[in-house]
Design a protein around this ligand. Structure first.
Ligand code: MG
Length: 387
């Protein structure tokens, strides 16, 4: 039986990964959450998980109490997360940690010779050059869970690798989020509640706001460039409101191969765990005639400034990705707590890219420094704005 280390077990991807494990009889060797200790204790009992990590140390004691007589090792913080990520008693590490905190566990897993099923965007956005270099050096795989990258990965798998060298470009699809078609001025006053209402996907709060600003697609563009070794100008972003075509590859002869399915994360999660095998899944069958028509449009980069900033960062390389990512993470926090407006997210991200110095060398230290500087920039931006 296959076993996984599950980081980010309490989130949307984490809980759907648990559903997939339950259905396929996949074991969970170790599991980590940010703070949701009750959830983790329940999971530990169900899957007999003996190694647990609660990232926020203050909840360690509560977790211990919640576990009662169930004996398990409890780790905390970044160190604990990395230790679980690198635990070779499992066959693969699933990283669905939210935010930049997901980078070092990916590095720890690869360094210790484990493949990573990756749902944490920041790993590649901020540390792409470092992480891809490490995966190559250690001969390990990064199997994407994000639906678009999984789609591209599945297309390339379907080609059995034979034509991989003939990959000319990618078509990255985007739902457009809840504010598709609105103008920049119209978005000035939208509320967190409106931004948290995604038309197609059930996701966590950070990614749902990123989807509303289209930063999510910008982050995915950066990820795709790293994962599939293409420059950003070879990746076309296309608005596809129905989220049925999950992305496509363009080959040397201009043949296009796409992966389709219902918008259900359990398909890419499952494929990351069963790869290269296919198994029956919890997701429903796609009926194209139920949809009738599928639409494709160009994105509006003047309204969705984050997309423009991310494309610029992808062209710049180095720690520019870490800068836009850190700025966005902070700006989204401020937006969700009502401290800045919706369009301020884009202003903060673009401002950080233009003003925070970035470096060519991508190391854990240079990424952390860029991330910190970007967050500080956004905090200063917020304060200036309020004066
Ligand atoms: Mg996605």
């Amino acid at each position: 039986m296959k076993k996984i280390n599950l980081l980010g077990a309490g989130g949307s991807i984490g809980s759907q990964t648990v559903q997939v494990c339950r259905m396929l009889g996949i074991g969970i060797h170790s599991a980590a959450v940010k703070s949701g200790y009750k959830n983790l204790a329940e999971l530990a009992r169900e899957f007999s998980i003996k190694r647990l990590c609660v990232y926020d140390e203050e909840f360690a004691e509560s977790l211990k109490k919640e576990l009662g007589g169930f004996g398990a090792e409890i780790l905390t913080g970044e160190k604990g997360l990395c230790e679980l990520a690198a635990d070779r008693s499992a066959d693969i590490t699933v990283n669905s940690v939210v935010g930049i905190a997901g980078l070092s566990p990916t590095v720890a897993a690869l360094e210790n010779g484990l493949d990573v099923a990756l749902a944490n965007k920041e790993t590649l956005v901020a540390g792409g050059e470092l992480v891809m270099g490490l995966a190559r050096e250690k001969g390990r795989k990064i199997i994407p869970i994000d639906s678009e990258h999984s789609a591209i990965f599945q297309c390339l798998m379907a080609l059995r690798g034979e034509q991989e060298g003939q990959l000319k470009g990618l078509i990255l699809t985007a739902s457009g989020g809840p504010f598709f078609g609105r103008s920049f001025d119209e978005l000035e006053r939208v509320t967190p509640e409106e931004a948290l209402c995604h038309p197609n996907w059930q996701m966590g709060r950070k990614i749902t706001v990123d989807s509303a600003t289209m930063m999510n697609k910008g982050l995915e563009l950066m990820e795709a460039c790293h994962l599939f070794g293409l420059p950003p100008e070879r990746v076309e972003i296309v608005i596809h409101r129905q989220s049925v075509v999950h992305s496509a590859v363009v080959l040397a002869d201009n043949a296009v191969i796409a992966q389709l399915g219902l918008p259900d994360m359990k398909i890419p999660i499952q494929f990351a765990l069963t790869y290269p095998e296919r198994m029956p899944s919890l997701s429903g069958e796609l009926s194209l005639t139920d949809y009738g028509s599928l639409t494709f449009e160009k994105p509006d980069v003047d309204t969705f400034v984050c997309l423009k900033a991310a494309a610029e960062a992808a062209r710049t390389g180095g720690t520019a990705g870490a800068v836009v990512n850190g700025a966005d993470e902070r700006a989204v926090e401020l937006f969700l707590s009502g401290k800045i407006g919706f369009n301020d997210i884009g202003r903060g991200v673009m401002g950080a890219l233009e003003n925070v110095p970035h470096q060519k060398d991508v190391t854990l230290d240079s990424v952390k420094a860029a991330d910190r500087a970007a967050r500080e920039y956004v905090d200063r931006f917020k304060n200036n704005d309020r004066q």
